[in-house]
Design a protein around this ligand. Structure first.
Ligand SMILES: O=C(O)CCC(=O)C(=O)O
Length: 294
């Protein structure tokens, strides 16, 4: 098994030469204690408040990577500049009615918390993250997507092995994923897994709009090397940085513990944002950088 090294956060956030070497080699960086427990707790608290305020009868969609149907839902398609609640497949009956309390049913929140919620905005736009993104090569970072992956106890769904560049398309590919453990994540509650070095392989699929429909287009049939998969346990406050073509995912959460994580995806403004991206923004909510004015 190819172990992934762990790094301590640097004072400025800028990556050290050893981090850059690991990034080039593995396509993933694990940075411990990158975010304080207090900031993790403030994101959890805000997330719970968003779900408290959400009326389940006002609309929702199931989000599942194992049995995907969300691509056909307007609720999903129009969430690129909104904060919406998505549900676990196992938490609704055939009529779409919740079969458990709403906090126990959430799959994720998405997809613009970083622009629409002041607490998410503050934690996302921390100078250390800006320095890290810049050091990893994003010349003009644009924060395009944020999600809280809820992974509730017992029914938190698996996230199938994928590459983020499948879903956030620029030419050339530029997306970087920042995944923050808001709670301890381990093999028991469905931590991330990655295929170190797999970012050097081809992009396998493109999920994008064709003729008004969102479709998954096959680009390359090379299978992911599942035998090279390694789990990435991550104590609360750990930041995992994922190259856009790094294969990764997570196992289901069958434990009695929750496993909340916050992910933020950035692309390079110098690369061309594809008009076919599933994620669309109204013209009055443009993508910003780490500085709101950028
Ligand atoms: O948090 C997880 O379980 C997976 C999240 C993920 O793969 C992503 O944000 O791309």
């Amino acid at each position: 098994m190819n172990a992934v090294p762990r790094f301590a956060a640097t004072a400025t956030g800028a990556p050290t030469p050893a981090m850059l070497a690991a990034w080039d080699r593995d396509g993933v960086l694990v940075i411990e204690d990158a975010v304080s427990h207090a900031d993790c707790d403030s994101l959890i608290e805000r997330s719970r408040a968003i779900v408290d305020d959400w009326d389940p009868t006002s609309g929702a969609a199931v989000f599942s990577t194992t049995a995907p149907r969300h691509a056909a839902d307007r609720y999903f398609r129009e969430s690129g500049d909104a904060i919406r609640v998505f549900l676990e497949d196992g938490a609704v009956d055939a009529d779409g009615t919740l079969t458990r309390p709403k906090h126990a049913a959430v799959n994720k929140l998405g997809h613009a918390m970083h622009d629409l919620d002041p607490v998410f905005d503050r934690v996302s736009r921390r100078p250390t993250l800006a320095a890290l993104a810049c050091g990893l090569g994003l010349a003009d970072p644009r924060l395009v997507q944020s999600m809280v992956i809820w992974k509730p106890p017992s029914i938190g769904g698996a996230v199938t092995c994928h590459q983020d560049a499948t879903f956030l398309i620029t030419d050339p590919p530029s997306v970087i994923g920042f995944w923050l453990a808001l709670e301890d994540a381990d093999a028991g509650n469905g931590c991330l897994f990655v295929i170190p070095g797999g970012h050097r392989g081809p992009l396998r699929q493109r999920f994008h709009e064709v003729g008004g429909e969102l479709v998954t287009e096959a680009l390359d049939s090379t299978p992911f090397d599942e035998s090279a998969t390694v789990p990435l346990p991550a104590p609360k406050g750990t930041l995992v940085v994922l190259h856009g073509t790094l294969p990764h995912g997570s196992a289901p959460n069958t434990s009695e513990r929750s496993r909340m994580a916050y992910t933020l995806h950035a692309v390079d403004g110098a690369a061309r944002w594809s008009a076919g991206n599933w994620l669309q923004r109204a013209s009055d909510i443009p993508f910003h950088g780490f500085e709101r004015s950028a």
